[in-house]
Design a protein around this ligand. Sequence first.
Ligand code: SF4
Ligand code: MG
Length: 336
Amino acid sequence: MNPVLQLDEVRKHYPGPRAGWIARSRGVVKAVDGASAEIERGTSFALAGESGSGKSTLARMILRLEQPSAGSIRFEGREVAGLAGADLAWYRSRVQAVFQDASGSLDPRMRIGAIVAEPLEIQRAAGGNKLTKQEMREKVQEMLKLVGLPQRVFANYPHELSGGQKQRVAIARAMVLEPALVVLDEPVSALDVSIRAQVLNLLADFQDRLGLSYFLISHDLATLGHVSTRMAVMYLGRIIETGSTDEIYARPLHPYTRALFAAMPVAEPGRVKPAPAMRGEIGSALDLPRGCRFCPRCELAQPVCREVDPPLVQVDAQHAVACHLAAPSLEDTGTP
Ligand code: SF4
Ligand code: MG
């Protein structure tokens, strides 16, 4: 193992809103409640879950936009929370991000050339490179070419581009420093279905070319399966199933994972057996149920589920699940 990123029991708890104007005590919002994972260098790790599961909070902690309340995030062996000054600048150059909404992440007042050049400018100001203006310009033009944009967009503003083109700009900007890790938060969800595959293929090309690692988060299992080698499914702040993507696609064990697959528009009919549909909505991280946090929505819930929070248990070398019934009895009752 040569992990680029290691998450160990990462938590993010916030003080909750007061229950009423006279209430003295606040609850605690457990947005991320003990997430562990390792991302192998040069591979993609995908995190799946509905909105509200804590995926984006975890991404923001990896990007050092927020600090964990507890646990550890290590990048190339170094504790991210403790980085400051030149070390933090180094981290920010090695770890980049692409978000769902390129329109929101690209400064509307800047031309595309300046947007893609900005990370190089910041790095140069910090003494991290000695590129001349001309070399920077050439580098930006090369990046625009690599993401499949015509050179003329160099002088355009973001509003002059389509959604897909803007996402290509965001990718060019993220890749211009040749980072080790890129956090992709719903990178294609805002795009037309017809161009999603193109953008995912572009990301795969960059991975091959630069040997970089991806931490990809999405609510869309089709996106995740396309590009990841390992994955985890998150529910209300907790990883409830993790393993190799192939194994989880072939043999999802947690009732929640099975429901996500069942809800997925079927691209490969017959691959996954229909699972019972979920009841209701994702719960609140402020008011977690006792026992298993999926219990209120689970068709298979047993009395034990209401009492005991199931730990994440390794079912084989490639697969772990947090469900009292998933290992091994669900197998007996007909896993695909
Ligand atoms: Fe359902 Fe119980 Fe498994 Fe939770 S532990 S997912 S309630 S069967
Ligand atoms: Mg999100």
